[in-house]
Every structure is written in C-alpha cells, then in structure tokens.
Design a protein around this ligand. Structure first.
Ligand code: CTP
Length: 401
C-alpha cells in the first residue's frame, strides 16, 4: 500500500499516455496522494480533465497561469513529492533528462526533485534499441534514477518488440516495493549462464554454435525484476542487459565460463545453466592464421570442463537448474543429465518442436524435477518462458527464506 505517500506523476507525449489514467487510479486506490505534471504534447494524448478528475488534484503543465500570473513552482512540486514517477517517458524526455535540458515544467521538476525518481519508458522498438536512447538510460541510471523496464509486445506502430510501457500494475508495484520493501527474490543472488562459447582454432577461427543467448538473458531479467541480484555469465552474444541488478560477465570460451562460474557460484543461492557450452575444444591453438593446404586439416579436440557437473558436486543447499536440448529419447536423456549433474530440475527443449530451442524468440519447454515429475508448457515467447522457470526456482528457494 502507498498510504499517504505523495506521488508526483509526470506524463509525456506518448500514445501510451492514456495508460496514465490507470496508473493514477491504481495509485489513488493504494492510498497515495497524486499530483500530475504533463508536457504540453501529453495533453494531445489524454486530457488534463481526465487525469485531474482521477487524481482529485489540478494538473500542472505551464510554468505560470497567463490569466493571473500564478506561478507553478517546480521546486515546491519536487519538495512535496515522496517519489516522482515519469510514465510514460518518451525518448525525447529521457534524452532531455539525461542532458540537463529544462524546457518544460516536467523537466524542471526532475532537475529540482530531491525525491527518488522512477522512469517507465514507452517508445517504438527501434527507438528504444537505439544506442543514443540506451546511453541516455545508462546515464540516468548512473544518477540513481530507477527504471521500470519497457516490455516486449505489440506496439502502436503495429510492430512487435521491446518498447511497450510496463503494465500500470507493474509500475505501481515498483513503487510499492520501493516504499515497503521485499519482492519475491529480494536478498537472493542468482547466477545465470547464457549464449554459446567460442573455442579458438587459430588467430581468426573458432568452433561455436547457434545459441543466441535470448533464453538466458530473459531468465536473468526476470530474476532481477523480482528483486534478485543477478550475475549473468554470458558467452558472445549481441544482447545487452537492462536491469541495473544484473552484473554482466562476458566470456568467450568454455574455460573462461568455467572460471567465472566457479568464482561466482559460492556466493549464490541459485544458478541456471542455460549456456550452450562447447563440449570439445581444440587441443592446440595456433597463434597465427592456419594456411590453406591441399591435404586435409585435422584438428584434435579435447573435452571441456563440465561446468554443470562441477557445480553439481559443490551445490549444497543451492538450487541448480540445467537445460537439455534433445532430439531422441528426450525424457530419458534429460533425466540422465538431471541425475548426472545433480540438478534440482532440468528444462528440456525438444529439437522436434517448431519454434523451440536455439535462435528463436519463442520456446516450448518441459520441466522435470528430482522426483521425475514432468510438467509440459505451451510454446510461448522466451520472456514468458522465463517466468515459468523462475516460478519453479522461487518454489525451491522459498523454504530457505
Ligand atoms: N553444460 C555445462 N558445461 C558443459 C556442458 C554443458 O555447464 N561443458 C550444461 C549446459 O549449460 C546445460 C547442461 O549442462 O545446462 C546440459 O548440457 P548438454 O550439452 O545437453 O549436456 P552434455 O553433458 O554435454 O550432454 P550431450 O551428451 O547431450 O552433449
């Protein structure tokens, strides 16, 4: 509950501004007092009358009232607020905030606010992914601004991707958690491995695989959004992380991943091993580029360290989750791995399921636990699959809380 909390809500000119009505309603239902500052463009998307009626307070847009010269003080708005929530926040507003630009009341209120600031971005997927926007977000994070991550989904443009305003319930939950503490994984540390590994052959070549890392990154984001401190040990991918509770450790080879995992795992309560680690690596690596010859090239491979089996031996009370990508005898092979590597449960992907496994945005999983109970899940986006997996981890972590 947000009983008696003063929430200043900043609304910017995004198509998602209509969702501000819902945010206000939820804040008021939770007992908060809400004042609202809008950018001039935001008024084109939702009327001040709607928001003022729901907030039971007048809306602030201009620095002063031209009728009577009454001054709307951004300083006193910032002093009044226990939290300043900017939702939806456009790329334009985020950019101005990151660069100290103050050409409207919403922005001057940000620059003079002494309270915690929360920003929920909303924009088209390409705008959200643009390095300029990401850099501005990073800058604001470094100033202590809390970001309520944009979601994946259908956008106003008709495109599908990341950039959608987080659900109003989730936005308000973030404030609730901030003031009242405790998310389901608060205080827990989770390690996640993701992506492929690259095993060097010579100065320019490697043996790799098609893993995109999307599943592991989605699990890391889901754990972090539930309050966990996350270490993401990632092989080479084109992905990035968005939640400031995720420490990204980039590695290349199976050996580097093994070393990073061994040093991080002892401090963790749980680990999810979703990386597609190479099973073999060249015995000898050439420092130079191997030259073409007419006869065959033979590369002798030696086995890599089995990270999962190593961690399985030292896991103690920690929750250890593995993955298996199988084509034949799927259940039998997965159960074999679960037992051999001492997992608490294993996530099985079948290579026979369309849209599942490597390099897809969707996945279809089966979870098998130590009692050999089998749970089948539907084909769904990897971000949703991550929720199912983290739900299972949470159940196993609960008794330790
Ligand atoms: N794994 C690991 N270290 C390795 C290989 C695999 O940690 N060197 C982990 C994977 O991240 C996954 C699980 O072990 O969670 C199963 O991976 P998989 O490659 O299917 O297992 P293998 O033991 O290599 O079995 P297979 O004979 O099918 O290759």
């Amino acid at each position: 509950m947000l009983n008696g909390k003063h929430i200043l809500l900043g609304v910017t000119g995004s198509i998602a501004a209509y969702k501000a009505a819902n945010i206000v309603r939820l804040l008021v239902t939770q007992g908060a007092e809400v004042k609202i500052v809008m950018t001039p463009l935001a008024k084109q998307f939702i009327t001040p009358l709607t928001l003022a009626t729901l907030a039971k307070n007048p809306i602030y847009v201009d620095f002063f009232n031209p009728e009577n010269g009454e001054w709307n003080s951004h300083v006193s708005l910032g002093m009044w607020a226990d939290a300043y929530l900017i939702a939806p926040a456009t790329a334009n507003t985020i950019g101005k905030m990151a660069n100290g630009i103050a050409d409207n009341l919403l922005l001057t209120s940000y620059l003079s606010a002494k309270c915690p600031v929360f920003v929920a971005p909303a924009m088209d997927l390409d705008m959200f992914a643009h390095p300029a926007v990401q850099k501005n977000i990073e800058t604001l994070k470094s100033y202590g601004v809390h970001f309520i991550d944009a979601e994946d989904g259908e956008l106003a443009s008709g495109l599908v991707g990341k950039g959608r305003l987080a659900a109003p319930e989730k936005i308000v939950e973030n404030l609730d958690v901030f003031f009242n503490g405790q998310m389901s994984l608060t205080g827990k540390k989770v390690m996640v491995t993701a992506g492929p590994t690259y095993e060097k052959i010579d100065a320019v070549r490697f043996i790799g695989n098609y893993s995109s890392g999307k599943m592991g990154y989605a699990i890391a984001e889901e754990c972090a959004s539930r309050g966990a401190e996350v270490v993401l040990v990632s092989g080479p991918t084109s992905l990035n992380v968005h939640n400031c509770n995720i420490k990204l450790v980039r590695v290349n080879s199976a050996r580097e991943m093994y070393e990073a995992c061994n040093s991080e795992f002892p401090q963790c309560n749980a680990a999810v091993l979703s990386a597609a680690v190479a099973d073999f690596t060249p015995q000898n690596v050439s420092d130079t580029k191997i030259k073409r010859k007419d006869n065959n090239l033979e590369i002798t491979l030696k086995p890599t360290d089995d990270i999962a089996a190593t961690l399985g031996k030292q896991k103690g009370d920690r929750v250890l989750v593995g993955f298996a990508l199988e084509k034949e005898n799927e259940l039998e092979n997965a159960i074999g791995k679960l037992e051999r590597k001492n997992f608490d449960f294993i996530v099985l992907n079948s290579m026979n399921d369309k849209g599942a496994g490597f390099n897809h945005d969707t996945n279809k999983i089966t979870i098998i636990n130590r009692s050999k109970e089998v749970k089948n899940f539907d084909l769904k986006p990897k971000v949703m699959v991550a929720k199912d997996i983290v739900d299972e981890i949470e159940k196993l972590l609960k008794p330790l809380l």
